[in-house]
Design a protein around this ligand. Structure first.
Ligand code: NAD
Ligand code: TDX
Length: 378
């Protein structure tokens, strides 16, 4: 079946994996990568698919309602996978307005354009989908009641047998009340509410998914794992917020992209699906795994760089623990993570060490010239 799908934020970390998967897997689809190319957008993430006939790139701000409505009409868009967002919690603490504008008003703009265009068609909403990518942070923070970690009540494929722990009794379920704490998660929560409101009010076919922390290739080195890999490589201090006791639930980015593909094609309209691999780690433990892996792959003595760990002032409002229950997705749609964490980290560290040019370009800011050289005069 032929389809025309807009993937917003396709030049970012997760979006680029979703674009790559769809372009390679669905030659009959037309995949439009729509991205404003903020500091987080990098078209070099998609070098391997940029010349494929079913791929195109459009530089656009999701807040530009007129431009997006025109694109929908001209290209006959029938599916939207919406990932474009401001995504870094620390930036949201410094500049909350940008987050409200892009994440809330930008999402609203896309929803309204999709509604108007699809309602104008004879078949209306049939065969259409607005799929919104959200995060586990909207559920707030879970208490850490098992500081040493216990055997989790769920079977898990993402954790190794050595690390198979839950740090509390509660989990985030699809039914968990929204309690966002940071300006970032507040803006994501607000956008999720607008998506659901467009379904409930106008019947717009929508799906929302809430995923845990992603890691893997092409992540902007402001986020914990790529920032620390780069710092360890260069023997720079590793700024650990607070005591490093906060817990995050980690998923390899390609597993998230596979879940998005599955849900886009097989998920039920109006549903919410949590995505995660039951793979909780304290920050300090994950940092040690990253240090050991970088050291080993660089031929240094394992653990040699542990003294780079530097405890710094905690992040304001730092959420204690995130832990996703993805039973619904696993049981109803048969998804499961493909990698255990240590394998995923090894793959990730190897990628950043082997892709030195990508990393150096991002750190220096040179990546922002890629669009000019490749696309501007097309
Ligand atoms: P990212 O910051 O790497 O990429 C965001 C992309 O959106 C960039 O390419 C950027 O240029 C683009 N963008 C930003 N503002 C835009 C605008 N106004 N118009 C058009 N494009 C714009 O983010 P990511 O980590 O890949 O996250 C993607 C999505 O997944 C976000 O919605 C985020 O909330 C969600 N999410 C992320 C994680 C994670 O761990 N990274 C986990 C769960 C959910
Ligand atoms: O320098 C650091 N030191 C540190 O201790 C950084 C950058 C982070 N941290 C801590 C804060 C968090 O507890 O590490 C943990 C992970 O931090 P981030 O990589 O900034 O991710 P987080 O704040 O958990 O949010 C991420 O997951 C959910 C993504 O950035 C979001 O976009 C996603 O929605």
């Amino acid at each position: 079946m032929k389809r025309t799908i807009v993937i917003t934020g396709g030049a970012g970390f997760i979006g680029s994996h979703v674009v790559r998967l769809f372009v390679n897997k669905y030659p009959d689809y037309s995949i439009i990568n729509l991205d404003k190319l903020t500091y987080a957008g990098n078209l070099a993430n998609l070098k391997d698919v940029e010349n494929k006939p079913n791929y195109s790139f459009v530089k656009m701000d999701i807040c530009d309602f007129d431009a997006f409505y025109k694109l929908m009409c001209e290209k006959h868009v029938d599916g939207i996978i919406h990932l474009a967002a401001e995504s870094h919690v620390d930036r949201s603490i410094k500049d909350p307005f940008t987050f409200a504008k892009t994440n809330v008003l930008g999402t609203l703009s896309l929803l309204q354009a999709a509604k108007l265009y699809w309602e104008s068609l004879p078949e209306k909403y049939e065969g259409k989908l607005f799929y919104h990518i959200s995060t586990d942070e909207v559920y707030g923070a879970l208490e850490m009641t098992n500081p040493e970690g216990i055997e989790p009540p769920f079977s898990t494929t993402a954790s190794s047998s050595e690390h198979h722990l839950a740090y509390g009794k509660d989990f985030f379920y699809e039914t968990t009340k929204y309690t966002p704490h940071s300006p970032y998660s507040a803006s994501k929560a607000s956008s999720d509410h607008f998506v659901r409101a467009f379904h409930d009010t106008y019947g717009l076919p929508t799906i929302v998914t809430n995923c845990s922390n992603n890691y893997g290739p092409y992540q902007f080195p402001e986020k914990l794992i790529p920032l620390f890999i780069n710092n360890i490589k260069q023997r720079k201090p590793l700024p650990v917020y607070g005591k490093g006791e906060n817990v995050r639930d980690w998923l390899f980015v390609e597993d998230h992209a596979r879940a998005i593909d599955l849900i886009f094609h097989k998920g039920n309209v109006a549903e919410t699906y949590n995505i995660g691999g039951f793979n909780e780690w304290k920050n300090i433990d994950i940092i040690k795994v990253v240090i050991n892996t970088v050291d080993r792959l660089l031929g240094r003595k394992e653990g040699e760089d542990l003294d780079l760990i530097t405890f710094v002032t905690d992040r304001l409002g730092h959420d204690a623990r995130y832990a996703i229950d993805s039973t619904k997705l696993q049981k109803e749609l048969g998804w499961e993570p493909s990698l255990q964490f240590e394998e995923g980290i090894e793959k990730t560290v190897r990628w950043y060490l082997e892709n030195e040019e990508w990393l150096n370009n991002v750190v220096s800011g040179d990546y922002e010239k890629y669009y000019d050289s490749m696309y501007k005069n097309r």
